[in-house]
Design a protein around this ligand. Sequence first.
Ligand SMILES: Nc1ncnc2c1ncn2[C@@H]1O[C@H](COP(=O)(O)OP(=O)(O)OP(=O)(O)O)[C@@H](O)[C@H]1O
Ligand SMILES: [Mg+2]
Length: 253
Amino acid sequence: MEPLIKVRDLYKIFNIGTNKVYALNGVSFDIYRGEFIAIVGTSGSGKSTCLNMLAGLEAPSSGIIQIAGKRIDRMNESQLVAFRRQNVGFIFQSYNLIPSMNALENVSMPLMFRGVPLETRTKAAKHYMELIGIGDQGLHMPNQMSGGQQQRVGIARALVIDPKIIFADEPTGNLDSHTTDDVLNLLKKIVEEEHRTLVMVTHDPHIASWADRQLRVVDGHIVETVINKESSIEQEILRETGSEPYCVVTPEN
Ligand SMILES: Nc1ncnc2c1ncn2[C@@H]1O[C@H](COP(=O)(O)OP(=O)(O)OP(=O)(O)O)[C@@H](O)[C@H]1O
Ligand SMILES: [Mg+2]
C-alpha cells in the first residue's frame, strides 16, 4: 500500500529582516488514500504553512513532497496549476471568495476553468450548495452573507470538482457548533463513501478528534501522531503495512 502523500524533511523558513522564522522545522509523514487527517496545533505552530505546501500553493524551502507518485516540490508554476485543477479542492481559512461574483458563480468557478458548460456547472454548484445547507443563497454576493455562510460557499466550491484530495484550513472556524457537526459529518461521509482523502487543519482538539489520525504540530515539528483505532481505514493500513503510518516523532522539550 503506497502512501498517497509522502512528505520528507520538509522545511519552510521565512526571512524577516535578519531573523529566520522556521515555520516548518523538518517534518516527515505519510498520508494514505481514504484517510481523514487532522493537522492540529496552536496558532502560529505552522499548520497553514504545511497545508499550503501540500496543496502546491507555497514552495518549500527544502524537503520532498510526493503526491500520487509525483514530486510536487519539483513542479513549476504551470505544472502546479494543472495539478491543483485536476486533484485538489482547497477550503481556505479566509474563504477567498471573489467579491464581484454571487455565491453560485463562486461555487461553479472551478468547473469553468475545466471548460464545463454553463448549464452543467450551474447544476453541480446548486447540488453542493444544497448539500451544505446554502441552497437558497445562490444569488447573494459575498458581502451579503454571514461569515458562516461564506465559509460554506468556500466548502461547496472545493467539493464541486470532485477532488481526489480535499485540503481544509479551519473549515468550521466560523460556524456554530450545530453547523460544525453538520459540515464535519458531510465531509466525513464524502471521504468514506467516495474514498476521498481529507487533510484538515484545526486548532481545536474536539474537531481534530473527528479524524482517523491526528498529526500534532508544535513550533513547526510534528510531536505526536494520534490514531483512531476504531477507524476502518486505520485498521486497513495497519493490516496492509504491518506498521503504524510513518511519522517521525520529535520529543518535546
Ligand atoms: N508569509 C510569511 N512571512 C513570514 N512569516 C510567516 C509567513 N507565513 C507564516 N509565517 C510565520 O510562520 C509561522 C507559522 O505560521 P502559520 O500561518 O503556518 O501558523 P498556523 O498554525 O496556521 O496559525 P493559525 O492557527 O493562527 O492560523 C508563524 O510564526 C508565522 O508568523
Ligand atoms: Mg493558519
